[in-house]
Design a protein. Structure first.
Length: 178
């Protein structure tokens, strides 16, 4: 028997962009609202998760979106970027690198294995595109995500700033070789 959960490449359409905008806002808010000001959250959500912004990201040829759907409902997604410079000094080559920019799972799906399934599919995409390195940024105060990435063999290689509204936060840059 097959599972009703499907992880597929996202179509580059306005309707998918609208779904990503809603899910991105919901998952980011659920994860970080309690530890950030309402003003900073509102500014970040408005600037990051509009349907127009999501459509532009979908249409970017260097971006890959994986959608996790359960019976036609999107319950998680991953946004991947080919040729990422994250963690590199300026001028270093970016070929063979994939960044996991987002790996978001709806709160009621956390702990079900969905995040691990999305991660495995993301790593499959990296291999399919000939990437040798996968990188990502994760907030230094997100222990659940840090533990998740460490289980997949990611190691810290640096830090960078992340702006959430007016708040400048520190993301850890993690790397995994393939």
């Amino acid at each position: 028997m097959t599972s009703p959960l499907r992880i597929t490449l996202a179509k580059r359409t306005a309707s998918v962009a609208a779904q990503l905008a809603v899910l991105g806002r919901q998952t980011f808010h659920d994860t970080f609202a309690a530890v950030n000001t309402p003003e900073d959250m509102a500014a970040f959500l408005a600037s990051t998760f509009s349907p127009e912004k999501q459509l532009a990201e979908l249409e970017d040829p260097e971006s890959i979106f994986l959608l996790a759907q359960m019976v036609q409902e999107v319950v998680g997604y991953a946004k991947l970027r080919l040729g990422s410079a994250l963690g590199l000094e300026p001028g270093q080559p970016t070929a063979g690198r994939l960044e996991i920019e987002r790996l978001y799972v709806r709160e009621d799906w956390i702990g079900t294995g969905l995040g691990a399934s999305l991660m495995r599919k993301a790593l499959d995409q990296a291999r399919a595109h000939g990437c040798r390195t996968v990188v990502l940024g994760v907030w230094e105060h997100n222990p659940r995500a840090l533990a998740f990435y460490q289980r997949f063999g990611f190691k810290q290689i640096g830090t960078h700033e992340f702006r959430l509204g007016q708040d400048i936060q520190t993301d850890l840059i993690l790397r995994k070789g393939l």
